[in-house]
Design a protein around this ligand. Sequence first.
Ligand SMILES: Cc1ncc(COP(=O)(O)O)c(C=O)c1O
Length: 406
Amino acid sequence: MRQFEDAMPPARDRRRALDHTVRPTRAEVDLAALRSNLAAARALAGKAEVLAVVKANGYGHGAVPVARELEKAGVTMLGVALVEEGLELRNAGVKAPVLVLGGSYEGGYELMVAYGLVPSVFRPEHVEKLAHAAAAQGKGEVVAHLKVDTGMGRIGVALDELDEFLDRARAYPNVRLDGLLSHFASADLTDAGAAEAPRGGGRFTREQVARFREALGRVRARGLNPRWRHLSNSAGVLDVPEVRDGLELNLVRPGIMLYGLPPAGWLADRARLRPVLSWKTGVTHLKTVPKGTPVSYGGTWVAPRESIIATLPIGYADGYSRAYSNRAPVLVRGQRARITGRVCMDMCMVDVTDVPGVQVGDEAVLLGEQGAERIGAEELAALASTIHYEVLCGVGARVPRVTRDS
Ligand SMILES: Cc1ncc(COP(=O)(O)O)c(C=O)c1O
């Protein structure tokens, strides 16, 4: 024990161990791009204010640096999925209102009241338990947002159960239903067969808007007037003009567009977005192998000629998917090279035979730009048969997030 104490660095060096950038692998988070994307969302949202969605570790970018920057930029609220994620923000000193979007609260009501986290409620016991936690902590009133299911089929009060829910919630006047929200299921899709996407979303999205209006009418008929009314994710912000009227819908909840990516390709021209995240590493080993040499587990790649193979210190334990084996592009010296053989847990190999002058220490870009080349999250997602959201959220806890302000 004693020998470790002697080896302890001075207090100013006591960063989270995994934030030491000993290996060159890092996720760079461009705060200027984040602010620019927020400005784009605000411009489209008209009079509606912005709740910035920072769940899932800020879509993999690092919830704390992202939330701090968005708070500085004056967003009205932040959105997380979990109580735990809200606590992380509070522990980091984030003061902005935080809405918990998920519905997993058991054991978390006291924490939500103590840390000023606002739950979205949709089961009678949510209101009841929140009310009790507030009373137990001597809080006169706590706020919650009421979530209705207008077509997502995930969480939320069904419209035909809304009146009963409101009857039961009335028994707990110390819980103020300060918001009404729902979530689009298909706002990123056009109607099948439509030659061109009409603004205003597909048929299903328009039905969701109509159901939301109906829910709002019923809530108001009970004498409740939720201050915040919100429905739009990024696709809604980019495509559904109802968010602009500033009357019924006065808050939007963009996620992916704040991180600089459109939710779907057909929405790409609706706003000038700048990707926030770049994923980088460096060449740690380089070797020339003769024709016929197998590389990595299982020998799924065999050198078709004498080849130069670079090793990179990143693997599937960092979220760099094993599905990228033998497929994914990597940028080295401004050129595209390709992963050779299987991606391992902590490393992967790249064929750099056609990239002149590669040296140990050279930067390798897995996601983002280098010179005139660029690898997008959508491109990696296609290789792993998934969506760009999952590529971003998948950047592992072991990867240090390094902020820059370009
Ligand atoms: C309830 C809710 N609102 C808003 C968002 C943000 O969605 P997007 O990233 O598509 O903008 C999400 C993300 O899944 C969500 O679950």
